[in-house]
Write a protein that binds this ligand. Structure first.
Ligand SMILES: C[C@H](O)[C@H](O)[C@H]1CNC2=NC(N)=NC(=O)C2=N1
Length: 126
């Protein structure tokens, strides 16, 4: 418990926390309280290791998919609607014929948050 409190205050102070909170009480507390808090560079690096097919500039996540044709590209875009609405978090989308490019960031926080990685992880499974 003391450890969890220390972790939370570290995050608020903007310190880099290299431990990835994924499970247990500590992780749940941090995830709930910090979903819209910008992640540090160290936290972003750790999460990128779990996100193949995506790149980052430290402010956004980027992902591009190529499809058979325009119709398939639009169908993929349509499949993004439900997860985006469920999370109340929406990717910026560019369609170039059969290619769909996504940019995910938390505009409200001015950078990357846990929510961006949640959305990206769901998109990766589509
Ligand atoms: C009020 C509403 O939930 C917010 O404006 C949401 C909507 N969707 C969003 N999507 C993304 N990508 N970033 C946001 O900051 C964001 N904000």
């Amino acid at each position: 418990m003391l450890h969890a409190l220390f972790l939370i205050s570290s995050l608020h102070a903007g310190a880099e926390v290299l431990a990835l909170p994924t499970q247990g009480d500590q992780g749940n507390v941090v995830d709930t309280k910090n979903k819209l808090t910008r992640l540090s560079d160290g936290e972003i690096q750790l999460r990128m290791q779990q996100l193949p097919g995506w790149t980052t500039d430290g402010k956004s996540l980027f992902h591009t998919r190529t499809f058979e044709d325009f119709v398939a590209a639009v169908e993929f875009v349509n499949s993004l609607v439900d997860p985006a609405e469920t999370l109340a978090h929406h990717p910026d989308i560019t369609i170039n014929y059969n290619q769909v490019s996504l940019e995910v960031t938390t505009h409200d926080a001015g950078g990357l948050t846990e929510l961006d990685f949640e959305l990206a992880t769901i998109v990766s499974q589509l």
